[in-house]
Write a protein that binds this ligand. Structure first.
Ligand code: FAD
Ligand code: FES
Ligand code: FES
Length: 492
C-alpha cells in the first residue's frame, strides 16, 4: 500500500499524502500552488476556464489531452503530467506561439476564458504537425465558453501559431521522451490510499486489486473520469467516506476487435470509444462528437456513462440498439447481462454491492442492417439530450423486417426499447405505413417526463417523428444532414 500520489506538475515532481481525497485539481492548483492562471468559471465542467493538459502513458506512448480541472480529483492523477498555462512560457520568457497568435489576432478581450482556450488549442497543436481543419478546431473549442470575443479570431489564431513556429519545436513535444521516462518511473502496481479526517480514496492498479477492494468496501463510491461524480462534490457538496478510483487500471482501458464484435473496457474514455464505435456507423461518430465537450470526452468513460444509468445518457440507446451486453464483475465472479436488462428503474441498475462494470460487448451490425441515430438537444454542442434515439432494423431477402430494435433515451425513467413500436414493424416491409403504425404505437410504450429540458408532448412528438424520418431516409437512401449538423433541426 502506498500512501502518496506522485505526479509531475509542469517541470516539478510532487508526492502528496494525507489530503482531502476528493480535493479537486483546480482547488489544489489555485489555493495551494497559487497557479491562478487556471480559472474557475462554473465548477461543473461546462465553461472550460479551468482547462489543463494531462499527459499519460498509453501503450508506452505519452499523450496530452485537455480536461476540466474543476471536476477532477488530484488523488486520481498518479503518474500523470499536469500542464498548466504557466508552463507554456518559453525559456526566454516569451509567449507560447498559441498565446502570441491570440494576441496578434485579438483573440482575447476580458481574458477570463483565455487560459482555458489557449490550453485547448495547445492540446490540438501538440498532437498535429499541421493546422487542423476549422471543423476540428471548433470541435475542440466546444467546451470553452467565451462571452466577449467571438470565436472567429480564436479559431484563426491556431493557423497563425503554426506560422510562428513548428509544433514539433514545442518544449512539450521536444521533452516527450524525458517525461515518458519519468512517468514510467512513477507508475507501480501498489494500491494507493489517500486519507484525511476519516475519509479515504483507494486507487488500485489492477482489476484484481479493484475487485478485492470493491468486495471489501461494497458501499464505496466508485469513480472513473469523475465527469459525473465530480459534480456530486462541487455542486451537491457530497463528501463520500470511501472512494475507489479506477483510473490506474490499464487492463480496463482496452478495446479489442473480435471480428464480429468489440469488447470495450469500462475505463475506455468516451474519446477513444468514439474511434471504435464511430467506425461502425458515421451517425455514431456524430453522436459522440456531440457528447459533452472534448474535455468531458477525454476524461469521461464509457463504463461510467453506462454505470451511471441516467435515462438521458447518450451511449445506452446506441449500445442497446447494437445489441450490447455488459460484463459485471464481483471479486473473481463475472456475469454478462444484456444492456437493456441492466437498467431496472430510475438510477437503479442490475448491480449488487461489490459489482463493477468491467467491459461492454458490442456486436457489429451485419451488412445490410438499417441503422439510425439521433440526438435531440437544445444546443448543438455540450448539451444533454432531451431525446436520444437509436434504431436497428434487419430484413430478409423479401424485404420483410425480421428484427427491429428501437431504443430511446429521455422517454422513460431508464434507457428503454419501444416494444409496441417494434412489434408494429415486425414481419412486414419497412414502408411509410409500417413507420406510421410504429410511430402511433409509441404512445403505449412511453409516458415521458415533463421537465425544463422538454415537455412530455414535445418528447412524444419528436420520438414518433424520428421513426417516420428513419423510414423516409431509408426510402430515399439518404442520411439527412444539414451542414453537418446532425438532426438538431428536428426540434419538433
Ligand atoms: C459538462 C458535461 C457535459 C456532459 N455531457 C454529456 C452528454 O452529452 N451525454 C452524456 O451521456 N453524458 C454527458 N455528461 C455526463 C458524463 O460525462 C458521462 O456520464 C460520462 O460518461 C461519465 O463517465 P465518468 O468516467 O466520468 O464517470 P464517473 O463520474 O467517474 O462515474 C459515473 C457513475 O458511474 C459509476 N462508475 C464509473 N465507472 C464504473 C464502473 N466501471 N463500474 C461501476 N460503476 C462505475 C460511478 O460510481 C458513478 O456512479 C456530461 C458531463 C458534464 C460534466
Ligand atoms: S470551471 Fe467551468 S469547466 Fe471547470
Ligand atoms: S475574452 Fe472575455 S470571456 Fe472570453
Amino acid at each position: 500500500m502506498r500512501r502518496t500520489v506522485r505526479f509531475l506538475l509542469n517541470d516539478r515532481e510532487f508526492s502528496l499524502e494525507g489530503f482531502d481525497p476528493t480535493l479537486t485539481l483546480l482547488d489544489w492548483l489555485r489555493n495551494e500552488r497559487r497557479l491562478v492562471g487556471t480559472k474557475e468559471g462554473c465548477a461543473e465542467g461546462d465553461c472550460g476556464a479551468c482547462t489543463v493538459l494531462i499527459g499519460r502513458l498509453r501503450n508506452r506512448e505519452l499523450r496530452y489531452e485537455a480536461i476540466n480541472a474543476c471536476i477532477r480529483f488530484v488523488a486520481t492523477l498518479d503518474a500523470c503530467h499536469i500542464v498548466t498555462v504557466e508552463h507554456l512560457k518559453k525559456a526566454s520568457g516569451g509567449l507560447h506561439p498559441v498565446q502570441q497568435a491570440m494576441v496578434e489576432l485579438h483573440g482575447s478581450q476580458c481574458g477570463f476564458c483565455t487560459p482555458g482556450i489557449v490550453m485547448s488549442l495547445t492540446a490540438l497543436w501538440l498532437g498535429a504537425a499541421q493546422a487542423p481543419s476549422r471543423e476540428r478546431i471548433e470541435e475542440a473549442l466546444a467546451g470553452n465558453l467565451c462571452r466577449c470575443t467571438g470565436y472567429g479570431p480564436i479559431i484563426s489564431a491556431l493557423d497563425r501559431a503554426y506560422e510562428i513556429e513548428a509544433s514539433s519545436a514545442d518544449s512539450l513535444n521536444v521533452g516527450r521522451a524525458e517525461v515518458a521516462r519519468k512517468l514510467a518511473g512513477l507508475a507501480d502496481r501498489e494500491v494507493i490510499e489517500i486519507s484525511e479526517g476519516g475519509r479515504r480514496l483507494f486507487a488500485p492498479a489492477t482489476a484484481d486489486q479493484f475487485a478485492e477492494l470493491t468486495a471489501a468496501h461494497p458501499d464505496a463510491t466508485l469513480v472513473a473520469g469523475a465527469t459525473d461524480v465530480g459534480l456530486w462534490i462541487t455542486k451537491m457538496l457530497m463528501r463520500p467516506a470511501t472512494v475507489i478510483a479506477l483510473g490506474r487500471i490499464g487492463e480496463l482501458d482496452r478495446i479489442e476487435d473480435k471480428g464480429d464484435h468489440l469488447v470495450i473496457g469500462a475505463l475506455v474514455s468516451v474519446s477513444d470509444a468514439r474511434a471504435a464505435l464511430g467506425g461502425l456507423d458515421p451517425q455514431i461518430d456524430e453522436l459522440i462528437r456531440r457528447f459533452g465537450s472534448e474535455q468531458v470526452r477525454n476524461a469521461g468513460t464509457i463504463g461510467g456513462n453506462v454505470a451511471n444509468g441516467s435515462p438521458i445518457g447518450d451511449s445506452p440507446p446506441v449500445l442497446i440498439a447494437l445489441g450490447a451486453s455488459v460484463i459485471l464483475r464481483r471479486g473473481s465472479e463475472r456475469r454478462t447481462v444484456p444492456l437493456e436488462q441492466f437498467f431496472i428503474a430510475y438510477k437503479k441498475q442490475d448491480r449488487q454491492p461489490g459489482d463493477f462494470v468491467e467491459a461492454l460487448i458490442v456486436p457489429k451490425p451485419r451488412p445490410g442492417t438499417l441503422f439510425h441515430v439521433s440526438k435531440i438537444s437544445k444546443r448543438f454542442d455540450e448539451d444533454i439530450s432531451a431525446v436520444c434515439a437509436a434504431f436497428r432494423l434487419e430484413r430478409d431477402e423479401a424485404g420483410l423486417t425480421t428484427n427491429a430494435v428501437l431504443a430511446f433515451g429521455g422517454m422513460a425513467a431508464t434507457p428503454k426499447r419501444a416494444a409496441a413500436a417494434e412489434a408494429a414493424l415486425a414481419g412486414r416491409a419497412f414502408d411509410a405505413q409500417a413507420a406510421e403504425a410504429a410511430a402511433l404505437a409509441l404512445a403505449s410504450d412511453f409516458k415521458p417526463l415533463d421537465d425544463w429540458r422538454a415537455s412530455a408532448r414535445y418528447r412524444s412528438t419528436v420520438a414518433a417523428n424520428l421513426i417516420r424520418r428513419f423510414q423516409a431516409e431509408t426510402a430515399t437512401g439518404s442520411v439527412h444532414r444539414v451542414a453537418g449538423i446532425l438532426r438538431s433541426d428536428a426540434h419538433a
